[in-house]
Structures are given as structure tokens and as C-alpha cells.
Design a protein around this ligand. Structure first.
Ligand code: XMP
Length: 338
């Protein structure tokens, strides 16, 4: 049994002992782990912590503003917001291969972060939201390497070049513990229980070449999908049929799915709108249920919900005139389309 107030005061004490009066930098991504690490470290050392939030232009709708509001305004954490959209877009121009895109985004991320970190001359520590499963996974890297299907980039690999000491206060925690800790530290429930979002962001949800025009359309379509999932209650019977099997009771379809998002397909199809003919892009909706993300089932979302999402996207996002639903399991398909 876990006594949260005791845990927090012990963790805070430990961080204070470790860093003393030193300064710490942390790469904030908006994800659960780095957010909880930031909140905990800030609780311990306040203004000795500076967060760097690198915005690659491939985040979800309003995500940059949300991160800045929550940490900067609400929690009073020092956050440097680096809008590197142009830089990332420049590097991605003309690149279509999924792995090449991941490598570019990962490398660019390290570069931008490093440049910012270099300006913070006082910093002696690099804080990371590494959690226990990450520790286990990287211990097994050697064995797994040859079979890697997608190269996942997280903020790993930074410390060697920066010459900073590593601060990883979540190293012993599992994901569910990290979430509980986040809520206890005052982070909003909604952000702490958000679906995972890949490091390369919309870069792997826009098939082929990444363009800002596509990213802007995709963000709006995705936000509509997520909003409708959150607003649609899930009846108990449907939940039992979905058979997630860990005994949690979900309030809505967002909670009942492990990951859900829209994918941009850069192909045009014909449609009608009023008296006119349209020739516009396609969006695919993806929603899956899984425990470990190694295998996954497509979510049996109600047809009414899918219909409403489709109507809203086509009516509200000019430039998209067709919406399809992905009914592929993993394997053989993967969760992301790239
Ligand atoms: P796949 O598509 O391989 O995804 O079935 C499994 C899980 O991993 C996430 N994913 C990534 N996460 N960087 C990340 O940080 C990546 O490049 C990446 N690719 C996939 C995906 O969102 C899903 O949760």
C-alpha cells in the first residue's frame, strides 16, 4: 500500500539532497512522464528547475498553449518555449520515408534542446521522466535491436554530449503510480490520463511528406475525434463486450480506448457539397484497445459516434471530404500508420 503524502515528502527530500543548490534542466514534452517529473522536481527545488519545451510544430491542437498555461501560469514553473516549427519543417521537406522522418525529428530535437541547454550555463543536472519500464527496456536493448520495427525516439542520448548529471526521480515507478503521483502533485486528471503520443508527433500520422498545411488540417480533425470520444458515454454492456479485462470502469469512449487519433492521407477523392463537386483529402480514424501496445484490437466504436465524427470533420474542416475508419488489428498492422 502506497502512502502518497509520505512518498512525495521522501522523494522531495531525496531530490534536495541530490542536487543541493545546483540548477536542473528538464525537457518537457507535454507527455505524462516528463510532466510529472517536472511537477515533482519543481515541488522540491522551485526556481532551480528550468524546463525546455521544444515545439516541433507537430503537436496536437493547442498543445503548446496548454503546456505553457499549465506549467508556466498554473504551477509557476520556469518554462522556455522554443518554437522550432520552421527548422523542423525545413529539414523534413521532401522526405517521405517513415524511418528517415523519425531520425530527422529525433536528431533535430536533440540539436534544438542542446542549443537551449547550452544557454543555461548554471545547469549541472539533466532531469528526465524515465520510468521503471524504460529502465527495463533499455537494459534489454541489445537483444531486441535487430528486430526493431520502428525506432522510437524519446529524450534519450542527451546526457553524454551535454556533460550533465542525470536526475531521474521516477525511475522506480510504474505508469499507474506515475499517474497517481501526478494527480497528487496537482496536475489535471485529464492530462495525466491522456493517451500516449509518439515523440515524432503528427510527423508519423501524416503519410509521406510532412507539410504544415497537412498538419493544420490533421490537428483540427483529430481534435474533433477526441472531443467526441470524450463526450460520448460508454454503457456498461458495451464496455463488457469490449472486454478490456482489467476491471476498470470507463466513463466515456476516450477512457475506454488505449489510443485514438486521426491520420492524414495525402490523396484526394471526389465528393459533393451543395451543387458543387469537391476534390479533397482523406482522413482515417484509428482507435485501439490494448494493455501493452505490442498487440492491439481495433475499438468497436458505435456507428453513431463514427457517423457524428465524420460529419463534423467534413463540415468543419474544409479540405477534407472523406473519413474512413481503420479496422486493422496489430499484428499485422501497427497502431500508427508509419
Ligand atoms: P506501433 O505503431 O509500433 O506503436 O504499433 C506502438 C506504440 O508506440 C508508439 N510509437 C512511438 N512512440 N516514438 C514514440 O515515442 C515513435 O517513433 C513511435 N512510433 C510509435 C505508438 O504511438 C504506440 O503507442
Amino acid at each position: 500500500d502506497w502512502n502518497m503524502p509520505d512518498y512525495i515528502s521522501e522523494a522531495v527530500e531525496k531530490i534536495r539532497e541530490q542536487v543541493g543548490t545546483d540548477h536542473v534542466i528538464l525537457g518537457l514534452s507535454g507527455g505524462v512522464d516528463s510532466s510529472v517529473a517536472a511537477a515533482l522536481i519543481h515541488r522540491a527545488i522551485g526556481d532551480q528547475l528550468t524546463c525546455v519545451f521544444v515545439d516541433h510544430g507537430l503537436l496536437r491542437l493547442d498543445e503548446g498553449k496548454m503546456v505553457m498555461d499549465m506549467f508556466g501560469k498554473n504551477l509557476g514553473v520556469k518554462v522556455i518555449h522554443v518554437d522550432a516549427t520552421e527548422q523542423f519543417m525545413g529539414k523534413l521537406a521532401g522526405v517521405t520515408d517513415p524511418e528517415a522522418k523519425r531520425k530527422i525529428i529525433g536528431a533535430e530535437f536533440v540539436e534544438v534542446f542542446q542549443a537551449e541547454a547550452g544557454k543555461l550555463k548554471d545547469a549541472k543536472w539533466l532531469a528526465q521522466g524515465t520510468i521503471y519500464p524504460d529502465v527495463i527496456e533499455s537494459a534489454g536493448k541489445g537483444k531486441k535491436g535487430a528486430h526493431t520495427i520502428k525506432s522510437h525516439h524519446n529524450v534519450g542520448g542527451l546526457p553524454e554530449t551535454l556533460n550533465l548529471k542525470l536526475l531521474e526521480p521516477l525511475r522506480e515507478l510504474f505508469k499507474d503510480e506515475v499517474r497517481k503521483l501526478g494527480v497528487a502533485l496537482g496536475l489535471p486528471h485529464e492530462m495525466v490520463y491522456r493517451h500516449p503520443f509518439p515523440g515524432p508527433g503528427l510527423g508519423v500520422r501524416i503519410l509521406g511528406e510532412v507539410k504544415m498545411e497537412y498538419a493544420d488540417l490533421l490537428r483540427r480533425a483529430d481534435a474533433i475525434f477526441i472531443e467526441e470520444l470524450r463526450n460520448t458515454p460508454i454503457p456498461l454492456a458495451a464496455e463488457l463486450a469490449a472486454g478490456e479485462g482489467h476491471g476498470a470502469f470507463h466513463k466515456n469512449w476516450y477512457d475506454a480506448t488505449s489510443q485514438a487519433f486521426a491520420v492524414f492521407l495525402p490523396v484526394k477523392s471526389v465528393g459533393v457539397m451543395g451543387d458543387g463537386r469537391t476534390y479533397e483529402y482523406v482522413v482515417a480514424l484509428r482507435a485501439v484497445q490494448t494493455l501493452d501496445f505490442m498487440t492491439a484490437h481495433w475499438a468497436h466504436l458505435p456507428h453513431d459516434l463514427l457517423g457524428k465524427v465524420s460529419n463534423r470533420i467534413i463540415n468543419e474542416v474544409r479540405g477534407i471530404n472523406r473519413v474512413v475508419y481503420d479496422i486493422s488489428g496489430k499484428p499485422p498492422a501497427t497502431i500508427e500508420w508509419e
